[in-house]
Design a binder for this molecule. Sequence first.
Ligand code: SF4
Length: 544
Amino acid sequence: MTLSTFAKEQLLFTPATPDGEAIPTIFAFPNEYSVGITSLGYQVVWASLAMRSDLQVSRLFTDIHEQLPRNPELLGFSLSWELDYVNILNLLESLQIPMRTNSRNHNHPIVFGGGPVLTANPEPFADFFDVILLGDGEDLLGNFIDAYKSVRNANRETQLQELAKVPGIYIPSLYEVEYHGVDGTIKSITPISSEIPPVVHKQTYRGNVLSASTVVTEKAAWSNIYMVEVVRSCPEMCRFCLASYLTLPFRTASLESSLIPAIDKGLKVTNRLGLLGASVTQHPEFNKLLEYINQPKYDDVRLSISSVRTNTVTFELAQTLANRGTKSLTIAIESGSEKVRKIINKKLDNEEIIQAAVNAKSGGLTGLKFYGMVGIPGEEEDDLAATVNMMLSIKKAAPGLRLTLGCSTFVPKSHTPFQWFGVNRKSEKRLQFLQKKLKSQGIDFRPESYNWSIIQTLISRGDRRLSQLLELTRSFGDSLGSYKRSFKQLKGKIPPLDFYVYTDWSTDTILPWHHLQGPLPQSTLEKHLAEAVSHFHSRDLVQV
Ligand code: SF4
């Protein structure tokens, strides 16, 4: 990427001219430009900052940047992929800003962060950020900038203490964490003074106008795509699903005042449209939306849909997608076992899955990719056999359709009912089992890396003690071996890998995100957990 990359952007908003007092700000994405500019979240936050005349914003990616201010006052990061933390540390280093919040002083910018990874569980990264924004950015971002302006001339300590009073703004350094011994569980998490809220509430935007691209460029990973957020969250509440539980309640963009104007605006500059959201086809007016896109003036539009619920794969949907350049569709079934689907609250039966394949084929799609998971709590060997049988039945019902099963390992996520479960140690073997059985039947099986699931779990359930580990691992590389090497080196100083990854935690454990309130209270998550466990066949599998 070169600087001319920025010149190729087509902006769909008008940046403001910074005024004389504008706050010098850097807004960074800790990866390459092509990745960052494809993130709708990054685009939208950048545009809302750039539309303010009281800020002078420059963008920074790992490969290119706009002209950066000599003395930035604010430095923001949008973190949407866990392992990009390495790039955050590298960028801080290249800007000569100390990595840890407790080594920064008034000459350094306030380092703030937001995005899905930090909203889910910021604790492993807590020591690297002065400010973390929890939840939807719509109102929160503006409230943060306004609050900062009101303390701009105060000392750093006062600035942070005042910012901590704004709902959704989390200042990690103002909370003290005590442990039951160096390698034990958390004993308490308390604010350092009575003026700091003991619990920070994740912010929820309630409007019916959702996000849409603010920039279109051929240099994006999805070249020239214009993205529209159709829904936020998902009403299905599969028990492991962060995309649903962390962002509840389910919200839909208004067709008339959000989606249609956004689509009309975007399709003036490109013909590639992406409909985004955890469950796009759940939009109550999804068919009307499809009809709108199907009108003759949009005949040349190429359409991509991020997620489709299995029982919404109708003949019409498949046909629309096939006519719009999509050859294959991905649907998440998680497991071929009815029992496992009950455990996770996936309201789907085998017939619906088979029907989706039949519809996909008759509508003109040439391939169908299923997405599954192994190691779901309560899963037994029989359940894997059920997945194999399910794939074979689909093959029989829709001959000629190219079938793929992508499969990951269950990773526990904060704020979900499965947050207390560890990873099942048999998961890797189970992936191998499916591979063997399906390959011999001519079904393409694509397992996700088991080692990567372990690293994800570590970060997903990590606490502040992991910051030392993350810093150390940065110099070793990003393989599981590097993390293990760091654990070895820090033995006796932090809990072992097993504690974070494989151990089931009891529901009275103080979790690392105990002071950060998600959409649902713990009592509701426990109820959903109990409901899931009631479908387990063997009580031996209940460990929490
Ligand atoms: S249907 Fe998909 S997005 Fe919705 S809760 Fe289930 S896994 Fe999550």
